[in-house]
Design a protein around this ligand. Structure first.
Ligand SMILES: C[C@@H]1O[C@@H](OC[C@H]2O[C@@H](Oc3cc4c(O)cc(O)cc4[o+]c3-c3ccc(O)c(O)c3)[C@H](O)[C@@H](O)[C@@H]2O)[C@H](O)[C@H](O)[C@H]1O
Ligand SMILES: O=c1ccn([C@@H]2O[C@H](COP(=O)(O)OP(=O)(O)O[C@H]3OC[C@@H](O)[C@H](O)[C@H]3O)[C@@H](O)[C@H]2O)c(=O)[nH]1
Length: 420
């Protein structure tokens, strides 16, 4: 089959689409992968089948209100995400031309809800591929009487939001000029496609990677004892918005006394992470702690023998990557969808520890320090419990028959869809 993929302009989505592309290419299918120019450097190394997966860069137009040159979510503050959706909508003519030229059998998309309208005339079937958890979809898209009330038949009493956390979902129904609401867009995307796919269960992020870890990090990590370093990463988007919370995070890691590497975007109001660091912090942690504002090779860092703990924001990509690693996991989710991923890991599967928050939703350096120590301490009941459960899950999820079964069935469904 020939397939075109056009994911939402966020790394968490692009990487998930690329992992699926690898699985389809492994079966011999051809993929044209559409993405903004700026994302190419990060996404290209994940391509395991360059003979079958071709990247095609799309020009993302400037929209008033977006930072100049913004092309992906990592260039855009969270509260302006809707403008990135406006920019993506303006790429429709370019994508239409690509579909007319390529005449694919299938087009995969998640956010660009107009894809079915331009795919149908060229005879292509469409798949709305959801890269976030089924729980997040259920709580945001199934209309319920109360905000974020789980719909009928929802299988968990633990993967839920507290009342104050549910308030963060108000953006779902907020209408924006020209694009309507997030809810409208997602429902249109789901209604008009020929098939809905959801990324769930065994993930593909544990693919062997062809490149090696950058020497600057490999050399730095090699200085520390096996399993001793805390790696903290908050995804590709700026998520810790407030400078005070950013500093609590740094101070909490400092207080653990362990070596640590943080990869995070700067908070609002500053342009580099260095400007936001607490006073005297760099001098105090020199030699054992680094806070870095650029892109790092996360899966490879998680795989490094010196790394023993992953402090994560619970993006769904990072959630799967941490599950497949053998790091202890500490969770500091920032938004509704990430909070649900955290509940799944901490409450339902009991493989991780979620950092406690105060009534106002903030976490303190002390709560972060406690959470890290609870999983890294040599004699810790909690640490032992989550490690044991995590080992069990990793074993189940890594079994090769497990993943292959899913992919083969999925490929068969796609073949039937194309023939139908
Ligand atoms: C703060 C607001 O953020 C903006 O959200 C965009 C981000 O949305 C993330 O997550 C979701 C994606 C999907 C999806 O692809 C398909 C679905 O059927 C449902 C969802 O739901 C969510 C989701 C759910 C709950 C929640 O609290 C969320 O924050 C998101 C996506 O992964 C991320 O990459 C996007 O950037 C939103 O546009 C809004 O304008 C902002 O104010
Ligand atoms: O420096 C970096 C940052 C990120 N990454 C990779 O980029 C991906 C990030 O994806 P995540 O899903 O974890 O997080 P993001 O915040 O980028 O994603 C976004 O879309 C997916 C949603 O589940 C998240 O809630 C949303 O924030 C991961 O595969 C991670 O390994 C790096 O390799 N290096």
């Amino acid at each position: 089959m020939s397939v075109v993929m056009y994911p939402w302009l966020a790394f968490g989505h692009m990487t998930a689409f690329l992992h699926l592309s690898n699985k389809l290419a492994e079966k011999g299918h051809e993929i044209v992968f559409l993405l903004p120019k700026k994302a190419l450097d990060q996404v290209k190394p994940l391509n395991l089948y360059p003979n079958l997966i071709t990247f095609h860069t799309i020009s993302i137009p400037h929209v008033k209100g977006l930072p100049p040159g913004a092309e992906t979510n990592s260039d855009v503050p969270f509260f302006l995400t809707h403008l990135l959706a406006v920019a993506m909508n303006q790429t429709r003519p370019e994508v239409e031309t690509i579909l007319r030229t390529n005449k694919p059998d299938l087009v995969f998309y998640d956010s660009a809800d107009w894809i079915p309208e331009i795919a149908r005339p060229v005879g292509a079937k469409t798949v709305c591929y959801n890269t976030v958890s089924a729980a997040s979809i259920a709580l945001t898209l199934v209309p319920a009487a109360e905000l974020a009330k789980p719909p009928l038949g929802y299988p968990s009493s633990k993967v839920v939001l507290l009342a104050r956390e549910a308030k963060t979902l108000s953006f779902v129904w907020r209408r924006h000029e020209g694009i309507g609401s997030f809810f409208d867009g997602k429902v249109t995307a789901m209604r008009n496609c020929d098939a809905i796919a959801i990324r769930t269960c065994r993930e593909t992020e544990d693919e062997p990677n062809k490149t090696s870890l950058e020497p600057r990090w490999a050399d730095w990590l090699a200085k520390f004892k096996p399993g001793s370093v805390v790696f903290c990463a908050f995804g590709s988007q700026p998520v810790v918005d407030k400078i005070d919370q950013f500093q609590e995070l740094c101070l909490g890691l400092e207080a653990t006394g362990l070596p640590f590497l943080v990869a995070i975007k700067p908070p609002s109001g500053v342009s580099t992470v260095e400007e936001a660091l607490p006073e005297g912090f760099q001098e105090r942690v020199r030699g054992r702690g680094v806070v870095y504002g650029g892109w790092v090779q996360q899966p490879m860092i998680l795989d490094h023998p010196s790394v023993g703990c992953f402090v994560s924001h619970c993006g769904f990509g990072s959630t799967w990557e941490s599950l497949m690693s053998d790091c202890q996991m500490v969770l500091v989710p920032q938004h509704g969808e990430q909070i649900l991923n955290a509940r799944l890991m901490a409450e339902e599967m009991e493989v991780a520890v979620e950092v406690e928050r105060e009534e106002n939703g903030w976490f303190s350096r002390r709560s972060l320090e406690d959470a890290v120590k609870s999983v890294m301490g040599e004699v810790s009941e909690v640490g032992e419990k989550v490690r044991k459960n995590h080992d069990k899950w990793r074993c189940v999820l890594s079994d090769s028959g497990f993943a292959d079964g899913y992919i083969s069935k999925f490929e068969q469904n796609l073949t039937d869809l194309v023939k139908s």
